[in-house]
Design a protein around this ligand. Structure first.
Ligand SMILES: *Cc1c(COP(=O)(O)O)cnc(C)c1O
Ligand SMILES: [Zn+2]
Length: 478
């Protein structure tokens, strides 16, 4: 068990983000909302008394010491920027071995000049999504406070990550996950089951599951792994550090990220606030957060109602009115991008802070735009799940609007692996009309776009050879 100390002398502590509260807690305490005012909590550091590298390139020293698991991890090799845990408490399974890939074919689709679009592929994480960056940090905190049972509500990837961390480590963690029934992509459900998590399917959607898991965690004292957990966001900050690392420590012009519960965008904002404060970067990239049209709370509140951070005192009554309207109309989030099918984003306020600091913009994209962008990513990049493609679709929109210039350097975050949601991919490309209607047509996606259809051929050599000749001529445009 981690030793509790007073926040006055602590190098790392927790603090309520509400400027009229600012209650503080030690890192040895576990809250998922401020006990005084109910607001979100940050992990805060006394940077003046902490050893921080003077240049970002100093982090490269860790590469030559990769047999040390803390230096192998793409999260913990940056531990000087998330120094809340004693090194011996760190729970790591080698997360964060990710790629920043220049993708010119996708860049052309987006409307960018050659060399200007980069895809940060987080699907390479052990559980196949960026969530592992957060899980390693939250499990480390769970270890510090002696937690054993850990729970989350999930659209799939949080539960997959949680299940992997429980099964791949020897700390005796027991995974309990809450999912909305019928709302989780097969790849993700498969992971939860395969890794032995107690999987509770609630009749309802993510927002329902989220409300329940909070109650259950409260009642049973179970450790909560959703992104209301401020330690998760500490780990997710390192996605931005790896982007900078991939660019030789240069700051890109834009970071484009899909927005669901808004943990990632919040974490990115916090990373840049801290890097700027520490003098490790001299300018800040702009942030674009992309909602799906069927789950567009952030876009609605920011775009239509002008909701802003307001120095920590945003007018949340606008959000309350919007939620009341959703309830009255029995409107549920609905998009093929199940990882961002969320109408009540828990990190809304922190995301507003990120948008404020990073000159952020918010857009919504349709399921059609998402599926078309996903097909372009697959054909010209590393492949991703539907939610991830929202970033590319959003970048394309912002290019068309002239908000992003063709010469700007844009990094889209591919949040999850291509194989997470084979159902959507096969429906889009496949020839089965009924399946298409069920999965995509019912969402207004048209049978056009960039489908790469499988070709059915008789089991006959001549036929097969004729077909290859026909289609490969087609493809090269001869
Ligand atoms: C969780 C998730 C998101 C949404 O991220 P938030 O931090 O909740 O906004 C987007 N894409 C994928 C693949 C995810 O798993
Ligand atoms: Zn508070």
């Amino acid at each position: 068990m981690f030793v509790l100390t007073s926040t006055k002398t602590d190098l790392a502590y927790q603090q309520c983000i509400n400027p009229s509260c600012r209650a503080t807690f030690t890192v040895g305490e576990t809250y998922f909302a401020c006990p005084t005012c109910g607001d979100l909590i940050d992990v805060v550091y006394d940077w003046d008394r902490l050893p921080v590298p003077s240049r970002l390139s100093d982090f490269e020293a860790a590469w030559s010491d990769r047999l040390n698991p803390l230096n192998f991890s793409g999260v913990w090799r940056f531990r000087a920027l998330l120094p809340f845990a004693p090194p011996e408490m760190v729970v790591t399974i080698g997360e964060g071995q990710t790629l920043l890939q220049t993708a010119d074919k996708v860049g052309q689709y987006v409307g960018l000049n050659p060399g200007r679009l980069l895809l940060q592929y987080e699907g390479m994480n052990p559980s196949g999504s960026f969530k592992d960056n957060g899980m390693t940090a939250a499990f480390t905190h769970a270890c510090m406070v002696g937690a054993r049972r850990v729970a989350c509500a999930s659209t799939g990837n949080t539960s997959a990550a949680l299940a992997v961390y429980c099964s791949a480590t020897d700390h005796g963690f027991k995974a309990i996950i809450f999912v909305g029934s019928g709302k989780i992509a097969y790849g993700k459900l498969a992971q939860a089951l395969d890794h032995g998590a107690l999987t509770i399917q609630i009749v309802g959607d993510f927002d329902d599951a989220m409300a329940r898991v909070r109650q259950v965690a409260d009642r049973l004292g179970i450790y909560l792994m959703n992104s209301v957990n401020p330690f998760r966001l500490e780990g997710q900050k390192t996605i931005m550090l790896r982007v900078l690392e991939g660019l030789g420590w240069e700051v890109p012009d834009w970071i484009v990220v899909p927005g669901g519960n808004l943990g990632n965008s919040s974490a990115f904002g916090k990373a840049f606030i801290e890097l700027k404060h520490l003098g490790l970067i001299d300018r800040v990239p702009r942030l674009a957060v992309i909602n799906a049209s069927g789950a567009r709370t952030l876009e609605h509140l920011v775009g239509q109602h002008g909701l802003t951070w307001c120095n920590g005192l945003p007018d949340m009554s606008v959000a309350e009115t919007y939620y009341a309207g959703l309830d009255a109309g029995k409107i549920k989030a609905s998009t093929i991008a199940s990882a961002i099918e969320i109408n009540r984003p828990v990190n809304l306020k922190k995301c507003l802070r990120a948008l404020d600091f990073c000159g952020g913009v918010v857009r919504q994209v349709s399921d059609q735009e998402i599926m078309d962008a996903k097909a372009r990513v697959g054909a010209g990049g590393l492949g991703c799940e539907p939610a991830s493609a929202a970033s590319v679709a959003g970048a394309k929109r912002l290019r068309e609007e002239g908000v992003i210039a063709p010469s700007e350097r844009v990094v889209c975050i591919l949040t999850g692996h291509q194989l997470k949601d084979p159902t959507a991919t096969v429906a889009y490309h496949g020839t089965d009309q009924d399946n298409f209607e069920k999965v995509l047509g019912s969402r207004g996606v048209r049978r056009a776009g960039f489908a790469n259809r499988p070709v059915v051929v008789a089991n006959d050599l001549d036929d097969i050879i004729r077909t290859i000749a026909l289609y490969s001529e087609d493809a090269t445009g001869d």
